[in-house]
Design a binder for this molecule. Sequence first.
Ligand SMILES: *Cc1c(COP(=O)(O)O)cnc(C)c1O
Length: 381
Amino acid sequence: MENDRKKMEIPLIRPFMPKQEDYCKEISSLWETRSLTNMAPKHQQLERELKTYLDAAHLQLFANGHGALECLLQAFDLKGEVITTPFTFASTIHAIVRSGLKPVFCDIRQDDFTMDVSKVEELITERTVALLPVHVYGMACDVERLQQIADRHGLKVIYDAAHAFGVRVKGRGIASFGDASMFSLHATKIYHTVEGGAVAFREESLDKKLAAIRDFGLTSTETVDYVGCNSKMDEFRAAMGLCNLRQIDEILQQRKKAGEQYDQRLSGLKQIQILPQQKEVTRNYAYYPIVLQKSPLSREDLQRSLAQHGVHTRKYFYPLCCDFSCYRETFGAVEVPVARYVSEHVLCLPMYYGITEEEIDFICDLIQELVTTCGKRGCWQ
Ligand SMILES: *Cc1c(COP(=O)(O)O)cnc(C)c1O
């Protein structure tokens, strides 16, 4: 690669920030009210607004997405095996294992990296209690067929929707599918409350129990009915959530524009697989992963080369969860060839609110040049 190319510094992710004065205005009342946490007014308002925005039947806020998932698994009172995929963030599997459940790894689909529905039923045993598929990168799982399988076998469907904020399927918010969905509202996600999480769920009967588990298991000041934890969201974070929700349309619009520019620039390269446009799904472009296929250059070389030009990428998700040292011996003996291939060839490109057209062009020019010409030149020495 020529040495005179302009260098840029392009991070992988940059958290969204509301206008400073908007946030200051939103929190100013707290100095008077001193209602700082414990399901205070901003918390309540954000729960209402998110429930509507996400099309959830019921919704509760949490201190973070991981804690939300653990509380949810506890509230469902599950014991046994949970079918999930190894192509996800560590949190998904840790939540299952920390809840005393056994993760059973299902392979993923080659095209959109979600749970391969055709391989689920062969993994179901008499111990299976739930499916925990991941809307990975904001790709919608096959929600209808997963529900059919769950109904046939009497299983819960709990989605890790950490990446799926704002995704819609056939015009319906993704939170309206399955028994429940966990959303992460972490700073690096599309929509955030700095740290935070939300659970959308269908059954009203879960409402009181889940809320109690989030708050030390207390059902009143003098009754403790569950072995709970503390996973409450405070008012400063709820205020951040209220500010950011006012800009969610603009956030999604800008990501769509950036994502479509990547799509347009990279879809013609046969050395690269990009995410598909799923039928009847409104995307959120939460991440922009590429999977190298038949590329003369390795993912590691591509990552290194991009980094030399200031373009920061991440092997997300590598390694697979079943290969973690903490799980290899216990749950790791699984055949997941597709997940393995994708994990070994995937690279997430910079994607965030505020990335410019010029930056995406710069990244795509580099990638195009690297994957198409370098193999021939043997320029990796
Ligand atoms: C971010 C993330 C989580 C955890 O959410 P936190 O809010 O960071 O606790 C869980 N699963 C997936 C797939 C994630 O990306």
